[in-house]
Ligand binder design. Structure first.
Ligand code: XUL
Ligand code: MN
Length: 342
């Protein structure tokens, strides 16, 4: 039994399409996903604005609120909470050049409209957080945007969301690249700086995703630790990644057990979850998986978290302290290897 409460998004169960091939599994209705999430032990759901309210661009603000209310009732039916709402600022033609940092004023206004509607939806779902995965906030052609001006625009966008709702928290999910080449906010350090520069730093934090940290050439556990030291780890997206390639969103721990252990250790050691934080699993199902077996990657990830919690609980702090005192880190390393392989 895990000490954590888990969350996933509807996009974590998909039809298997990738950049090179179409869907191979039938679409599963939102309600059926909720039912299954609840059955496998998920506590809360993460949403993009249009996961909760499809065709959001065609609806008025009031209609959007009305649709969101229906989703709240559906969550209630399965005993689920909502963790966050994230404006999807990368699909619409208005966001081809980014949202908050597009060179077009009209597109930037569209991004803010989606961000405000996301807050409206979050209120209805009783979600406390807006997540900004800044998908296209950066450049494909480095010279196409003014980087100084655009970092300021990111801070202004965060401030506008904070102004719009005095209770909402903004969690930025950094990623160094993909779909853009160079992000204006690639790492947890950048998120901490934006939070500090915002008008209400206490309401701005980070969602740290394992794969995104690896893509930045950084250690996910250390990135989590960095946020924790500022009291700003609002959520995590646990998953795994085989080196520097496309964002793979593999099940947690399937590539590096030591890295998985260190991520869970830093969360456990610092009481993560005690202030209501969830453990998000941003994992993608393999395209080869059969319909009906397409929650296995989520089940596997939860199991890997549990296994690593057991290792953390068995971790001999006294032995570690002695190794450190003797400055025999080689001895400590063997201890870790034995712990992780037995
Ligand atoms: C993209 C990613 C997103 C965010 C939510 O890499 O991780 O799914 O987690 O917008
Ligand atoms: Mn993510």
């Amino acid at each position: 039994m895990s000490r954590f409460r888990f969350t996933v998004g509807p996009w974590n169960v998909n039809e298997g399409l990738d950049a090179f091939g179409p869907a191979v599994r039938p679409t599963i209705a939102l309600e059926e996903k909720f039912r299954k999430f609840s059955e496998i032990g998920i506590s809360a759901v993460q949403f993009h604005d249009d996961d909760a309210v499809p065709n959001i661009n065609d609806l008025s603000s009031d209609e959007i609120i009305e649709e969101a209310r229906k989703v709240r009732l559906l969550l209630d039916r399965y005993g689920l909470e909502a963790e966050f709402v994230a404006p999807r600022l990368w699909m619409d033609p208005h966001t081809a050049d980014g949202g908050f940092t597009s060179n077009s004023k009209e597109d930037r206004d569209f991004a803010m409209w989606r961000a405000f509607r996301s807050v409206d939806i979050a209120r209805q779902l009783r979600a406390k957080n807006i997540v900004l995965w800044l998908a296209r906030e950066g450049t494909l052609c480095a010279e196409s945007k003014n980087p100084v001006e655009n970092v300021k625009r990111l801070i202004e966008a965060v401030n506008s969301i904070l102004d719009y709702d005095p209770d909402i928290r903004v969690l930025i999910e950094p990623k160094p690249n993909e779909p853009i080449d160079r992000s204006f906010c690639p790492t947890a350090g950048h998120v901490m700086a934006i939070a500090a520069a915002s008008k209400d730093p206490d309401r701005v934090g980070c969602v740290l995703e394992s794969a995104h940290a690896i893509l930045a050439g950084l250690d996910p556990a250390d990135e989590m630790a960095f946020c924790l030291s500022f009291g700003k780890l609002g959520s995590v997206h646990l998953n795994d990644q085989n080196g520097l390639r496309y964002d793979q969103d593999k099940a947690f721990g399937v590539e590096s057990i030591r890295s998985a252990f260190n991520q869970i250790k830093v969360l456990c050691d610092n009481g993560y979850g005690k202030n209501g934080e969830y453990v998000g699993l941003d994992v993608k199902c393999m395209r080869t998986q059969k319909p009906g077996e397409d929650y296995q990657h989520i089940i596997n990830s939860m199991r890997m978290v549990e296994i690593m919690e057991e290792k953390v609980d068995r971790f001999d702090n006294e032995y570690c302290r002695k190794c450190v005192e003797e400055r025999n880190y080689e001895k400590l390393e063997l201890y870790i290897m034995e712990l992780l392989t037995h």
